[in-house]
Design a protein around this ligand. Structure first.
Ligand code: XMP
Length: 555
């Protein structure tokens, strides 16, 4: 059973590990997830519903809308109507998707969207869906159109194109075209291969053959903004400040006099979630910080200082370093290391939580990318794997209700909220750090001595990267202690010491990564300092492999 605590290679929230352990703990005991709280009351904000037909770009549509300070959610096309209605949307966006609308069983939008008389913007497949459902005809185009095209606006019509020139570059990716427009619709813009690149009903239903959400349509955001502000009548009230006050109100209403626990990991997501909950309910929240002995130098002290001294939060600090180290004794297999760390975390967390008496809620820093429901088969499968690993769960034997105040936020929004809550910049911009910590950056056995060597080397890497002002630009930067030893010479003595590797990568989401082209003199400084200042190390190498084929971590 315990084998379920295995590795994961997808990290969206940067302290997913804690949630993962708790999820597994829950599964081991066959518990059901108690009903989860949606912390924002829909009535308090304007929203757009993105009806998802499986486009790889749906999350980009959401990003663009949020950048316009309008709240939105991605909802699968086959979701129950109640789910859409509960958002109380001011308009709909129908996403792209891989299907052809004239094929049998092609996904369609719920008919009630059209009955709602709210504005609709169909993008690519979304445009074909609305054409088909409103009585027009879609057929396979004679010429498929992929890549850049020039859009010529032929009819200013409703204010979708306000602020735009009459011709602009757009990004196309489609094979199907409108053969016959629905009654009342006309073409508003064309490209060389698409006479109906933009269509509209004259008031509030539009179809775009191109993708306004991608960077290759440089003025796409203006089109989206016009749709939101001019057509749907949005005001742009979605800001970190409004999110915080909405969340605080809802948390208060839902928690009432109950008690909440939260596992802090030192990562930004759990920190922001806990701070938000703390602002709402103060000392009804107790945080548990487990020091597994695998953290970087000064990390537990800094986190404690922030939460206890600066934010005045109730934090139970469990220094379980020795227990973790004992579990790792003699272990060299990376997956076994992960399992042992996971098992131990659950034990320590449960033990500490049990001492607190009756608890009603568990707060977690789950993010939107961890929970986005998807419609394509591929992403559904991926989502299932991720769900198992990333989306939070409950400690055993405790009937707790989940509070996930960040479950609708993207990472950069979490950072904005964290800053608005007054969390220190260091914490907000912390690079992701794996749950098993330094255990998977020590090749071979993890011992107290080897941890000290790695901590000292890692400290120098961080210090130099920060001094060079590269910390924020890099996804992750760290040292690895290998089990290789090589010959060196120091003064008159021959040495036979460890090899340390330095890894610095750029990445958007950890799925792919490239090694960072760090300046040579920076690498030289890092190398000199490590061999001079860290006893037991006499050689430093720089990892110049990308992901794939390598991974970011070495284990
Ligand atoms: P890889 O090494 O697979 O890492 O390229 C991708 C991202 O995931 C992080 N990572 C982990 N995070 N537990 C975690 O919480 C783990 O076991 C784990 N393994 C890798 C890694 O740091 C990178 O950000």
């Amino acid at each position: 059973m315990i084998d379920k605590v295995d590795s994961h290679r997808v990290a969206t929230s940067d302290d997913v590990e804690v949630s993962t352990y708790l999820e597994i703990a829950k599964e081991l005991h066959g518990e059901q997830l108690a009903s989860e709280l949606d912390v924002i009351s829909p009535a308090a904000r304007e929203a757009i519903a993105i009806i998802d037909f499986g486009s790889q770009y749906s999350h980009l549509i959401a990003r663009r809308i949020r950048e316009c300070h309008v709240y939105c959610e991605i909802i699968p096309y086959d979701a129950p109507w109640e789910k859409i209605a509960s958002l109380q949307p001011k308009g709909f966006i129908l996403s792209g998707g891989p299907a052809s609308v004239y094929e049998p069983r092609a996904p369609l939008a719920p008919a009630r969207i059209y009955d709602s008389h709210l504005p609709i913007l169909g993008i690519c497949y979304g445009m074909q869906v609305l054409t088909h459902q409103l009585g027009g005809q879609v057929a396979s185009g004679t010429k498929h159109e992929y890549g850049q095209a020039i859009l010529h606006i032929s009819d200013e019509g409703p204010p979708l194109f306000t602020g735009l020139p009459s011709s602009l570059p757009v990004w196309m990716s489609h094979g199907d075209q409108i053969a016959e427009m629905p009654p009342g619709f006309k073409a508003l813009a064309y490209t060389e291969n698409s006479p109906t690149a933009v269509v509209g009903n004259g008031t509030d239903i539009f179809g775009l053959q191109f993708h306004p959400e991608v960077v290759h349509t440089p003025q796409g955001k203006t089109i989206i903004e016009n749709f939101l502000y001019q057509i749907c009548g949005c005001q742009g009230t979605w800001t970190p400040g409004s999110f915080i006050s909405d969340s605080i109100n809802t948390i208060r209403q839902q928690v009432k006099g109950g008690r909440v626990i939260c596992a802090l990991s030192g990562g930004v997501d759990s920190a922001v979630a806990a701070t938000l909950v703390h602002q709402a309910i103060g000392n009804q929240l107790t945080c548990i910080f487990v020091n597994n002995g695998l953290l970087r130098r000064e990390e537990p002290e800094r986190a404690l200082k922030t939460f206890r001294n600066n934010l005045k939060m109730n934090v139970v600090y469990a220094n379980a370093s020795n227990r973790f180290l004992k579990q790792l004794k003699g272990v060299t297999d990376p997956e076994v290391k992960r399992r042992r760390v996971g098992q131990q975390f659950i034990k320590v967390f449960e033990y500490q939580a049990a001492k607190l008496g009756k608890i009603h809620f568990l707060a977690q820093g789950t993010l939107y990318p961890d929970v986005i429901e998807s419609t394509s088969l591929e992403t559904k499968a991926a989502a299932k794997i991720k769900t198992h690993h990333n989306v939070g769960g409950l400690p055993t034997k405790m009937a707790l209700t989940l509070i996930e105040p960040l479950r609708h936020l993207f990472k950069d929004e979490v950072r904005e909220v964290g800053l608005a809550l007054g969390l220190p910049e260091d914490m907000i911009w912390r690079q992701p750090f794996p749950g098993p910590g330094l255990a998977i950056r020590i090749i071979g056995e993890v011992t107290k001595e080897r941890l000290e060597i790695l901590r000292a080397a890692d400290w120098i890497v961080m210090n130099e990267i920060k001094k060079a002002k590269l910390y924020r630009q890099l996804w992750q930067t760290f040292a690895i202690l290998t089990d290789v030893r090589s010959v060196g010479v120091m003064g008159d003595y021959r040495t036979y010491s460890y090899l340390v590797a330095v890894r610095a990568v750029t990445s958007e989401d950890a799925m792919t990564a490239d090694w960072a082209r760090l300046p040579y003199d920076l690498l030289a400084r890092i190398s000199n300092r490590i061999v001079n200042e860290v006893p037991g190390v006499n050689r430093v190498v720089y990892d110049i492999t990308s992901k794939p084929p390598s991974t970011i971590e070495w284990e």
